[in-house]
Design a protein. Structure first.
Lengths: 135, 221
């Protein structure tokens, strides 16, 4: 077997060998090569050391209330979705009404002052001016 | 030659062609490949409103997802929170789910995205501190094995800390790729789907990562 590191500096074969994903024939051929190649032997030993070291690193246990907390969040998300669904058409209606009002300000006319009120105001002003002249 | 430029399929492969004999499918090694179609079917049922199928998916994948995220962020509480966010996003996205890729590819893409964002946001500084001080999470969190003597336990914890620091020293994408390759037993193509790059780029990431790890951990042999 030709040295795999000569044509594969990334050591793909050695990684696969360390991961035990080589088929038995390929693994056997590589092991025969290891007997005569110090470089591959060194890299393979180092890769095995890495693999074994990573095996030592355990995962963590899942909290007993993991699912409960998740389903609570899902429930909250559902409720938010419901509110959003109600809020969107409501907001749209309000926006539409505002736009209509802005486009047609006559729609809500200002109160027209009564003629009598104006007449009274003019009379009052006349009276005040007369008083001012008299003084 | 830069590892990224290596094209394994381009030159004639010397005999014996070991490359063609590498068992990349890992059909007998990992549970992911065997169950991917079923997972997609379950997710389609979730899309149709079947809550039970979501619970089945959760039951199957929450452990691997938490372990993956824990090894990425190296903080158990954060790993759980991020895992919750992953499954919450899966649930929220159920209406748009299309089985264009393996379910686990999609799932780990979400998880990787969240983990990388969390790390990039600098929110891992606290966990880094705790790692150095061996407080609440990580190494100190490991339950002592009563079969070990005190000395063996100390050696084990020191070894574990060294492994964690070696992993943490890797660039983020290399870290993610190695975690999926080593612990989730994913194929290169699937890791490429998760990370969003080519298969050859994933090989390059993984081999550079293992090269760095060999430099740091080879003495443990």
């Amino acid at each position: 077997m030709k040295c795999p590191l000569e044509f594969d500096p990334s050591a793909e074969l050695i990684v696969a060998y360390g991961a035990r994903t080589l088929d038995p024939d390929a693994a056997a051929a590589f092991e025969r090569h290891l007997d005569s190649c110090a470089t591959c032997c060194k890299v393979a030993a180092a890769q095995k050391a890495v693999w074994d070291a990573l095996d030592e690193w355990p995962g963590i246990p899942v909290s007993t209330d993991f699912d409960r907390r998740l389903f609570r969040k899902i429930q909250a998300a559902r409720q938010r979705t419901w509110w959003w669904r109600a809020l969107v058409p409501l907001t749209a209606c309000l926006a539409l009404a505002s736009m209509l009002l802005l486009r047609n300000p006559q729609a809500s006319p200002q109160p027209i002052p009564q003629i009598e009120q104006v007449q009274h105001a003019l009379d009052d002003m006349d009276l005040l001016s007369q008083l001012g002249t008299a003084n | 030659m830069a590892p990224d430029l290596i094209d394994f399929d381009a030159p004639p492969i010397p005999q014996p062609s070991w490359k063609s004999r590498v068992n990349y499918s890992r059909a007998d090694a990992g549970p992911i490949r065997e169950t991917c179609d079923r997972d997609s079917e379950l997710m389609l049922r979730v899309r149709d409103g079947d809550q039970g199928s979501f619970e089945l998916l959760l039951e199957k994948h929450r452990g691997p997802m938490i372990h993956f995220l824990y090894r990425m962020v190296q903080n158990d509480a954060v790993a759980e929170e991020l895992s919750q966010e992953v499954f919450l996003r899966v649930y929220k996205s159920r209406g748009n789910y299309e089985p264009s890729a393996k379910f686990t590819t999609w799932l780990f893409r979400i998880g990787t995205h969240l983990a990388l964002n969390w790390i990039r946001d600098g929110r891992n500084e606290k966990s880094q501190t705790s790692l150095d001080k061996e407080t609440p999470d990580g190494a100190a969190r490991q339950v002592p094995d009563r079969r070990r003597t005190v000395e063996q336990e100390l050696l084990y914890q020191a070894k574990l800390r060294e492994v964690r620091q070696a992993i943490q020293s890797l660039p983020l994408k290399q870290r993610a790729a190695v975690m999926m390759h080593k612990y989730e037993e994913m194929e290169y193509a699937q890791i490429a789907g998760v990370i969003g790059c080519s298969e050859s780029a994933v090989k390059s990431l993984i081999f550079r990562a293992y090269e760095a790890l060999r430099g740091r951990l080879a003495h443990m042999a």
